[in-house]
Design a protein around this ligand. Structure first.
Ligand SMILES: O=P(O)(O)OC[C@H]1O[C@@H](O)[C@@H](O)[C@@H](O)[C@@H]1O
Length: 581
C-alpha cells in the first residue's frame, strides 16, 4: 500500500453510518419513507430528486436520472452524502485519476479513464507518469487504420477476398464489453460484417461459430489481457488449427497456409511475448497496459471488435461519451454527482434495508446484454469481504446484479418485484426514440407501447394498489365473511413502496452508451470506496482455476482421481463411467 493511502475505515465505524442506522430504525417503527406520502407531501419531489446530465465534451449527450422514486428524504440524502465524505470518495476518486496505485493488492494504477481522455482535459490526466499512457493515441491510430482497411475491403484474406466475419475470442472482460457494445450499437454496425464472440471453453461455442465461418473471409481477434487464460488460449488454438487446415486444402501448400495466418489473426493483449509465441507478429498486435482492468477494458484495444463493427469514428464517440461522464464525476459537487448518488443509494438499500440484489432493466432490445455486462463489472469489482487494509467487513458489500430487457422481464420475474418478500431496487433505462419503426402505418407504435410499460412499471412498484382500491374494484366490502373472496382481495394488493431509479436518454448513440457505462463504472467505484474494498482485483476467481488444472490431469483413469472429498471424487468417477471418447 502506498504511504499516501491510509487503510480504509470500516463502514460501520463512520459517524454517518450511525445516523443512517438511526433513521432506518426510526422509520421502521413509524414509517416516514413511504413513497405515496413523500410524493403527496412534496409536489416538487421529481424536480428536486432528478438530475439532468448534459455532456460538456464530445457529441451532445443527455441523460435524465430520476431518483425521486427511491426511499429517501432530505435527512437520508444528507446523511448519505456525509457518508461519502467520511469514506473519502472524492479523495480516492482523485487518486484514481492521478494514477496512484489504488489497486493495492496488485500494486497497479487504475487508469481506464486515461484511455478516453484525448488530451483536452488535462485536469483529468494522470500525473503519475505511468508507462503506456503516452502510447494510448498511437494504439488508437493503429486501430483506426486497421479497422478502415478491414471495413473498406482493402485488407484481403489469403485468397484475395475481403473480410466478412469477425470472431472475437476472449472471455470475461475480453468478451463481455465488446459483445455488449456491439449488440447495443447494432444500428451503427456495417451490415456486411458479421460479429461472433467465442468465450466458453465448451467446444460447442467455437464449433458452432466455425460452422458459420469461411476461413477465406474470417478475421480472428484473439483478445486476452494476459494471453494465458485457458479458455481463450484453447479456443484460439482450435481456431488456428481449423484455419490452417482450411487454408492448406485451398492452397495445397502447408508453408503458405502458415503464412496466411497473418492475414486472419490479430491479437489484443498486454503480453507481447506470448502473442509472438502463439504465432501472431507484433505488427498484428494491439497492446494495452496493466493499469487497465479486464472489466474496464472495452475502452482499450480490447474494443477492437467494436471499432471493426461500428467504425472508428463511432468507437471514438463511445470514448468521448464516457469521457464526458468522467468530467462530470470528477468535477461535480457531491449532491449533483450522478454516479456518486447512484452508488450511495445502493449502499442505503444493501447495508440498511438488507437488499441482496439489484436489477438492471433496460427498455431497449439493443441493451439486452447490459445486465450481463454489469454482472462482471459490479460483482467482480465489489464481491469482496475484506477491506483494502485486510480487515473482514461486518456489513454487506457488492450486490447480486441481474436483469433482462423490458418487456420480457415483465412476463417472467416482475411478479416477485411487485409482490415478493424481497426488496429489489431496480434501475429502469429507456431511450425516448427508437432506431426502429417497423410499422409503416404507425411508425412509433411499438415504442409508445414499450415506453408506456416502462412508465407503468415504476409507477406500480412505487405506489402499488391498496386493499381499499382492490375492494372497490371487486365490490367486496371489508369483513365480507367469504374467506375465498377475502383471500382474493389480499392476493390482489400491491404494497408498493418498492424503489426504482429511471434513466432516460433521447436515443441510444455511441456517446450515450459511453456515458451510461462510465456512469455505472463510477457508481461501482463509489461503492467500493464506501465499503473500503479494492474494486480492482479479482482474487476470488483464482482457486477454481488452480483446482481445475489439477483435476484435468486426473480425468483419464479412476485410479488417478486422488486428493478429493467424496462428492468431488464421486462426480468424477460418474463422468469416467459414462463418457464417450
Ligand atoms: O483478458 P484475460 O487476461 O484473458 O482475462 C479474462 C478474464 O479472466 C478472469 O479470470 C477474470 O480475471 C476477468 O477479470 C478477466 O477479464
Amino acid at each position: 500500500m502506498s504511504p499516501t493511502q491510509p487503510p480504509p475505515k470500516l463502514l460501520t465505524s463512520l459517524p454517518a453510518y450511525q445516523t443512517l442506522q438511526s433513521i432506518y430504525t426510526t422509520q421502521k417503527s413509524t414509517p416516514t419513507l413511504t413513497l405515496r406520502s413523500l410524493f403527496d407531501k412534496d409536489p416538487q419531489r421529481f424536480e428536486k430528486l432528478s438530475r439532468a446530465y448534459e455532456s460538456t465534451y464530445g457529441p451532445p449527450t443527455q441523460l435524465l436520472v430520476d431518483l425521486s422514486k427511491n426511499l429517501i428524504n432530505d435527512d437520508v440524502l444528507e446523511a448519505l452524502l456525509q457518508l461519502a465524505k467520511e469514506a473519502g470518495v472524492e479523495e480516492q476518486r482523485d487518486r484514481m485519476f492521478a494514477g496512484e496505485h489504488i489497486n493495492t493488492s496488485e500494486d497497479r494504477a487504475v487508469l481506464h479513464t486515461a484511455l478516453r481522455n484525448f488530451g483536452d482535459s488535462p485536469s483529468l490526466a494522470p500525473t503519475s507518469n505511468e508507462a503506456g499512457v503516452s502510447e494510448v493515441q498511437e494504439v488508437l491510430s493503429h486501430m483506426e487504420k486497421f479497422t478502415e482497411q478491414i471495413r473498406s475491403g482493402e485488407w484481403k484474406g489469403f485468397t484475395g477476398k475481403p473480410i466478412t466475419a469477425i470472431v472475437n475470442i476472449g472471455i470475461g472482460g475480453s468478451d463481455l464489453g465488446p459483445s455488449m457494445v456491439v449488440n447495443a450499437l447494432t444500428p451503427y454496425t456495417q451490415r456486411s460484417l458479421r460479429a461472433f464472440f467465442v468465450s466458453n471453453i465448451d467446444g460447442t461455442h467455437i464449433a458452432e461459430t466455425l460452422r458459420e465461418c469461411d476461413a477465406e473471409t474470417t478475421l480472428f481477434v484473439i483478445a486476452s489481457k494476459t494471453f494465458t487464460t485457458q479458455e481463450t488460449m484453447e479456443n484460439a488454438g482450435t481456431a488456428k488449427a481449423w484455419f490452417i487446415a482450411a487454408a492448406a486444402s485451398k492452397l495445397s501448400d502447408a508453408k503458405k497456409a502458415e503464412d496466411a495466418v497473418s492475414k486472419h489473426f490479430v491479437a489484443v493483449s498486454t503480453n507481447t511475448s506470448s502473442v509472438t509465441q502463439f504465432g501472431i507478429s507484433p505488427s498484428n498486435m494491439f497492446p494495452f497496459w496493466d493499469w487497465v482492468g479486464g472489466r474496464y477494458s472495452l475502452w482499450s484495444s480490447i474494443g477492437l471488435s467494436i471499432a471493426l463493427m461500428v467504425g472508428y469514428p463511432n468507437f471514438r464517440q463511445l470514448l468521448e461519451g464516457a469521457h464526458g461522464m468522467d468530467l462530470h464525476f470528477k468535477q461535480t459537487k457531491l449532491e449533483d454527482n450522478i454516479p456518486i448518488l447512484l452508488g450511495l443509494l445502493g449502499v442505503w438499500y444493501g447495508d440498511f434495508w438488507g437488499a441482496q440484489s439489484v436489477a438492471v432493466l433496460p427498455y431497449d432490445q439493443y441493451m439486452s446484454r447490459f445486465a450481463e455486462y454489469f454482472q462482471q463489472a459490479d460483482m467482480e469489482s465489489n464481491g469482496k469481504s475484506v477491506t483494502r487494509g485486510g480487515e473482514r467487513v461486518n456489513y454487506q458489500t457488492g450486490p447480486i446484479l441481474w436483469g433482462a430487457s423490458g418487456t420480457n422481464g415483465q412476463h417472467s420475474f416482475y411478479q416477485l418485484l411487485h409482490q415478493g418478500t424481497k426488496l429489489v431496487p431496480a434501475d429502469f433505462l429507456a431511450p425516448c426514440t427508437s432506431h426502429n419503426a417497423p410499422r409503416a402505418d404507425d411508425p412509433t407504435l411499438h415504442h409508445r407501447i414499450l415506453l408506456s410499460n416502462f412508465f407503468a412499471q415504476t409507477e406500480a412498484l412505487a405506489f402499488g394498489k391498496s386493499e381499499v382500491e382492490v375492494r372497490e374494484e371487486l365490490g367486496i366490502k371489508e369483513g365480507s365473511g367469504d374467506t375465498q373472496k377475502e383471500a382474493l382481495v389480499k392476493s390482489k394488493v400491491f404494497e408498493g413502496n418498492r424503489p426504482s431509479t429511471s434513466v432516460m436518454f433521447p436515443l441510444m448513440t455511441p456517446a450515450t452508451l459511453g456515458a451510461l457505462i462510465s456512469m455505472y463504472e463510477h457508481k461501482i467505484f463509489t461503492q467500493g470506496v464506501v465499503w473500503g474494498v479494492n474494486s480492482f482485483d479479482q482474487m476470488g476467481v483464482e482457486l477454481g482455476k488452480v483446482l481445475a488444472k489439477n483435476i484435468l490431469k486426473q480425468l483419464g483413469k479412476p485410479e488417478d482421481v486422488k486428493g478429493h472429498d467424496s462428492s468431488t471424487a464421486g462426480l468424477i468417477h460418474y463422468y469416467q463411467k459414462f463418457r464417450k471418447e
